[in-house]
Design a protein around this ligand. Sequence first.
Ligand code: ADP
Length: 251
Amino acid sequence: AQYLLLARDTTHLHRLEVMRRDFIANVSHELRTPLTVLYGVTESLEDELEDQPQLARSVQMLREQSERMKLLVDDLLLLSRLETGETTGPQDWFNPFPLFQKLTDEARILSGTEAHAIVLDADPKLEFQGNPDELRSACANLLFNAVKYTPGGTTITLRWRVDDDGARLSVEDTGPGIASHHLGRLTERFYRVDAGRTQSRGGTGLGLAIVKHVLARHEGHLAIESQVGRGSRFTCLFPLARIRRAEPSGP
Ligand code: ADP
């Protein structure tokens, strides 16, 4: 009887969990359209208010906040898709090297005048079996976090290589690091180390939760190492079965 009761409880819990996910997915989806309109309108209003600086400043704030909301809704939607197992696309063999090049270029643009030294140290011949969009979003979250949370002028390295244990995609920075008692909670939704300070860096608190789910869908896992005052390293480990060397092309 006890067993039956337990079984009924877990089915009930499971149903509630599915309802929660569906609800988040639906709400995020419904919010996207009005937010896109809001963002678009404020953008064009701003252009017309050049001669009224005070009003233009208010409209600029509206635009920035609607952009923030849009990012949050996009992340929520992606996270709920990953959680429900609804794929964003198929998993195939591809060479992620060009993707890493693009992402390091984007990270340099994000860094701007902060001028982080962003280094790509990747094996250009390693192919990966997975979903390119999902890998992109995991890697972008780690790389852009490194830019957001470390002071300008420091070095950030994106590595992609294989060894006996599997393939490793890692992002290493020489920033402030993260105290060890936070490390276990970083991948929780909305968990942020210093809410006040990190708020101004414009994140959603969902980035590392997304990374964790992407990795789970590729039989990978995330290792976080950090030392306060020295920097952090986020490593995605993938099994060898998902890696192969590109065939040499042509005769
Ligand atoms: P977000 O960046 O949107 O706040 P994340 O889930 O990506 O959310 O990160 C959670 C928190 O982990 C961040 O708010 C930040 O405090 C901390 N963090 C992430 N990456 C780094 C890093 N490279 N260096 C220092 N702190 C970091």
